[in-house]
Design a protein around this ligand. Structure first.
Ligand code: SAM
Length: 198
């Protein structure tokens, strides 16, 4: 049961996936509101979310900005369909572009995005260095990458997170610097909000 919940969080699918998506919707709103304010969004920004889940964060940005272009990728077919339904209006307007695919293997043009972010996704990446280098490469000069993650010590005590990678904040920050990010900082508020500048 717990293992199944962990797997659903990694890649939601089927009826159980829909229930998990509803849970994420209500639980993670607060994290989204905070990380979006950390993104320092400005007119004309090209924004990208990795692992958008039900698409709540994408919708929030589209709703609160007029001329940011927002893209995202998720490798759950169910989340792609839920996020598409939720953001159909913005997709039709050409302001939101959602991809169904694996970020780790997706081909992404270099130096394209001003802001990149992810919420509760880092636990599913086995090789942070490789992922952070990929993110660094897709970002414009002086771009900003924001991460939200639950602290490793909290995750270690949950029953459904056996398969999750439990990264200490120091390791995440050190991998960001190794990938080339210039300035890396974090704040702790129920979880870590990390900001890394190119
Ligand atoms: C725990 S959920 C978080 C969803 C959403 N960010 C939120 O906080 O509500 C993790 C999401 O990341 C997606 N995901 C995990 N690894 C991924 C990868 N390598 N490429 C694309 N999406 C991925 C999953 O499909 C899932 O929707």
């Amino acid at each position: 049961m717990f293992r199944a919940l962990g797997e659903q969080l990694r890649k939601p699918s089927g009826t159980f996936g829909k229930i998990v998506a509803k849970m994420m919707d209500t639980r993670n709103r607060e994290y989204y509101e905070k990380i979006i304010s950390d993104l320092e969004l400005k007119s004309g920004d090209n924004v990208y979310e990795i692992g958008y889940g039900p698409g709540w964060g994408i919708g929030l940005i589209a709703d609160s900005t007029f001329d940011c272009s927002i893209s995202g990728i998720d490798f759950s077919e169910l989340m792609y369909s839920e996020a598409t339904k939720r953001n159909q209006l913005f997709i039709d307007e050409g302001r939101v572009n959602l991809t169904y695919g694996d970020f780790l293997t997706a081909s992404i043009d270099p130096e394209t995005y001003d802001k990149v972010f992810c919420v509760n996704v880092i636990y599913f990446w086995s090789d942070l260095n490789r992922v952070f280098k990929k993110i660094y490469a897709m970002m414009n000069k002086e771009g900003l990458f924001c991460i939200f993650m639950t602290p490793d010590k909290v995750i270690a005590h949950l029953k459904f997170t056996e398969e999750f990678f439990k990264y200490p904040i120091k390791q995440v920050e050190s991998e960001l610097k190794k990938a080339g990010f210039n300035s890396v900082e974090h704040k702790l508020d129920k979880g870590y909000y990390i900001k890394a500048r190119k």
